[in-house]
Design a protein around this ligand. Structure first.
Ligand SMILES: [Ca+2]
Ligand SMILES: [Ca+2]
Length: 309
């Protein structure tokens, strides 16, 4: 510690020299003012790294996934290192602050690890630093992980993860700027016995450059009763046929949608999509006014139509 310059009751600058033999890793910081002692509320806010790391050539964490977690969640966080030497049984991951417990750290290779974490119900909200220690090696990603009060919306799982009533691409968390689609045909029968019935939906969407053989398609239908239908038509089910794309699924994995055709008007700006399934049960949904949401790749669109029989 060389000098301390106080600029206000809550702010000071400490000039420190870090010795060549200082231990690498997180260090606690505290300030003593007479009888008052202020300590950090996240442990180890100062990280000492090797000089190579300080120059950018040392070990660091390039990315993690997911970057968000909610109170009470148990997650596997994938960690990608850069210039690291992760080793299974040696490397341990940690998250700054209190309330995130790393139950295990698994390493697949020198730059890939996975941390199995539990976020306590009373963990502090906000950003956390993520670190992996491998012997003396320390790799840290500043503010790489965020703790939220409620789970984030996960896009593409047909679940309203954050509980706001909007599923996947209906939710602005997944689709911040939906294009306005035109629903050209929308037909299904409500069986009196409540058995699955044919559904056909035809949609005209202003999407450009879309290719469902490389981008998954998700179709959602909702009405006043809630989410009626949500299906992921994975890119593997699509094939290119001249200027159009065809979808085929016989397994039922696409929510019962079995046939689809996607083609383009002349200049390719408007795509026409028709999807049909033979046995889809919408009988629980008595509100005849449906909103469709379609996602192809990163583009999304929404439109409404009253049911036609
Ligand atoms: Ca979701
Ligand atoms: Ca939601």
């Amino acid at each position: 510690m060389n000098s301390v310059t106080v600029s206000s009751g809550t702010s000071l600058t400490a000039n420190v020299t870090i010795g060549a033999d200082a231990s690498l890793g997180l260090h606690d910081v505290s300030v003593t003012t007479g009888s008052e002692q202020a300590t950090e509320f996240v442990p180890g806010p100062l990280t000492v790294v090797s000089s190579a790391a300080a120059l950018g050539g040392g070990p660091s964490i390039a990315s993690i996934s997911p970057t968000l977690g909610a109170l009470g969640q148990t997650l596997d966080v994938a960690i990608v290192g850069q210039n690291t030497s992760f080793a299974d049984g040696v490397s341990t991951a940690s998250f700054s602050g209190s309330g995130i417990t790393v139950q295990s750290t698994q390493v697949t290779d020198a730059t890939h690890a996975s941390a199995h974490i539990v976020i306590a119900n009373d963990a502090g909200l906000g950003f956390r630093d993520v670190s992996v220690e491998t012997g003396p090696e320390q790799a840290t990603l500043r503010t790489g992980f965020q703790v939220l009060a409620t789970p984030p919306e996960v896009c593409g799982n047909c679940t309203d993860d954050d509980g706001d009533g909007m599923v996947d691409y209906e939710d602005s968390d997944c689709c911040s700027a939906p294009a306005s689609m035109t629903i050209k045909a929308f037909k299904f029968k409500v069986s009196k016995k409540g058995t699955p019935s044919p559904l056909t939906i035809g949609i005209s969407v202003p999407m450009t450059g879309i290719d469902p053989t490389s981008s998954d398609v998700e179709l959602q239908l909702s009405n006043g009763n809630g989410e009626a239908f949500c299906a992921l038509l994975t890119h593997g089910g699509w094939s290119k046929k001249k200027k159009s794309f065809k979808f085929s699924d016989k397994t039922g994995a696409a929510g019962g949608l079995s046939i689809g055709v996607l083609n383009f008007k002349k200049k390719g700006a408007i795509a026409n999509l028709v999807l049909t399934g033979k046995r889809i049960d919408l009988s629980r949904f008595t509100d005849p006014s449906y909103t469709a949401t379609l996602r192809i790749g990163s583009q999304c669109a929404t439109g409404s139509k009253r049911k036609g029989h």
